[in-house]
Design a protein around this ligand. Structure first.
Ligand code: SAH
Length: 227
């Protein structure tokens, strides 16, 4: 089973959206599991402090290496085969290929940063891999970790049912997906492209591929190696 463990200072944020819809149904069917660890359980002193001022000065606070490592060591035993991922805007951007790869493995251990980030030494000494969900700054890693888990869980066997395991989706073949239409046949004077009503599946496949190419060329030429 795909096991997700999350280290966070905001355990009440979970399961949040992961408890609803596709991922929530799959969670209650035990197709995956979710463990939440409050980093503050390992906080120091009467106030359970988890952060301190940055060495060298500057704004904000930094998550302490000793506190974070203690929380991590409780969750991730040395023989745990799961990758330890630190949600971080400095990380390698998450892709559908990586998501597919992770979804075929034993699960993930995710660390949610807060404040300015975490002490660099814990990244090095606990072999954390930094993963980004995009080139913008969130206030914490919780939403980023939900994004990663949501993307993985929908690919787990049995979660998506008959819908072809997302084989035709955007990015799966290196292209953006073609446009979709459904009833009514006419809406505000607009009709559905006739080819989709022709019943000719070879022709429909061809049309969809062409539309995918057009969209990708216009919006994401980088996917075609043409930017
Ligand atoms: N000072 C840091 C940003 C800290 S944001 C920097 O400039 O790199 C606080 C936390 O939010 C981070 O530790 C990380 O866990 C999370 N976070 C913010 N943006 C993110 C992103 N794009 N992808 C993944 N995690 C992110």
């Amino acid at each position: 089973m795909f096991r997700a463990s999350i280290l966070t200072l905001y355990p009440d944020m979970f399961p949040g959206p992961l408890g609803q819809s596709l991922s929530g149904d799959a969670l209650s069917r035990a197709l995956w599991s979710l463990e939440i660890k409050n980093i503050r359980d390992h906080g120091l002193g009467r106030h359970r402090a988890v952060d301190d001022t940055p060495a060298g000065g500057g704004a904000g606070m930094v998550l302490r290496a000793d506190v974070l490592a203690a929380a991590l060591d409780e969750i991730a035993k040395p023989d745990d085969p799961r990758p330890r991922l630190l949600m971080s805007p400095r990380g390698r951007p998450l892709t559908q290929a990586r998501v597919r790869d992770l979804s075929q493995g034993p699960g993930v251990i995710l660390i949610c940063g807060r404040f300015e980030g975490v002490d660099e030494r814990v990244i090095e000494h606990r072999q954390l891999e930094e993963v980004s969900i995009g080139d913008y700054i969130l206030s914490g890693g919780e939403i980023a970790s939900m994004v990663l888990i949501d993307a993985c869980v929908r690919l787990l066997p049995g979660v998506m049912g008959a819908s072809q395991s997302g084989q035709e989706e955007s990015f799966e073949n290196g292209l953006l997906e073609y446009p979709h239409y459904t009833r009514p046949r006419e809406w505000e004077g607009l009709s559905i492209p006739p080819v989709l009503l022709s019943g000719d599946h070879a022709k429909i496949d061809r049309w969809r591929h062409e539309e995918s190419m057009k969209l990708t060329r216009a919006r994401r030429p980088d996917l075609l190696g043409q930017d």
